[in-house]
Write a protein that binds this ligand. Structure first.
Ligand code: 5GP
Length: 219
């Protein structure tokens, strides 16, 4: 794909899938919530990002992320292969353009788990994207979760707490805000958003165009 193609706004087609963008401060429980959401909403697909970050224990290449080195990421960015990319905690993260477009055009509903910088870029390219922000109930709860994860050093936790405030300050840029105090409730909220977006009038009218036309044609 050329640089020009990669930066053009994406034209929405009638049979195109929905694009959900979920952001949250690290430790707000976004990843667990999204995983649970994908289990109950099996037709929703998760986009696997590219990152220069080293894999954490238990993370698999191609499943959690596509793990690439910095020169590879840079080459992809220069070639316009990302819909969006951003630097978070000193590592680069990006969403590949080609697979995203292909899957949306094939009618799949997609979910991106990306930071606020990436969400902004996606909103420009896909104005119809549905933005969801997941917030923790408090900073104290966030810190407890970050420590409980036991995967990051003290330095990383301190940096993530500082970043969390920054990420939180962007909640107003999203269409929906889900507070993850009670997991089951937050999951229910996320599910309700997905279902409601699928049921929006214009989308449903396109999907059921012939049935509606037939009903309206009857005397
Ligand atoms: P982690 O390293 O904890 O997996 O992710 C750190 C942050 O990077 C999270 O806020 C996550 O949402 C964000 N992130 C993951 N993938 C992408 C991506 O493709 N693009 C952007 N902009 N952010 C991402």
């Amino acid at each position: 794909m050329s640089q020009a193609e990669a930066t053009e706004p994406h034209a929405e087609r009638a049979d195109q899938g929905l694009l959900f963008v979920v952001s949250a401060p690290s430790g707000a429980g976004k990843t667990s919530l999204v995983r649970a959401l994908l289990e109950v909403e099996s037709s929703l697909q998760l986009s696997v990002s590219y990152t220069t970050r080293a894999p954490r224990e238990g993370e698999e290449n191609g499943v959690h992320y596509h793990f690439v080195d910095a020169p590879t990421f840079e080459r992809m960015a220069q070639a316009g292969e990302f819909v969006e990319y951003a630097r978070v905690f000193g590592n680069a993260y990006g969403t590949a353009a080609a697979t995203l477009r292909e899957r949306l055009d094939a009618g799949a509903d997609l979910l991106l788990e990306i930071d606020w910088q990436g969400a902004r870029q996606v909103r420009k390219r896909f104005p119809e994207a549905v933005g969801i922000f997941v917030a923790p109930p408090s900073l104290a709860a966030l810190e407890t979760r970050l420590r409980g994860r036991g995967k990051d050093s003290e330095d990383v936790i301190a940096a993530r707490m500082a970043q969390a405030r920054d990420e939180l300050s962007h909640h107003g840029e999203y269409d929906y805000l889900v507070v993850n105090d009670d997991f089951a409730e937050a999951l229910g909220d996320l599910r309700a958003i997905v279902v409601a977006e699928r049921l929006r009038g214009p989308r449903q009218a396109r999907r059921h165009a012939s049935a509606l036309a037939a009903m309206l044609a009857e005397d």
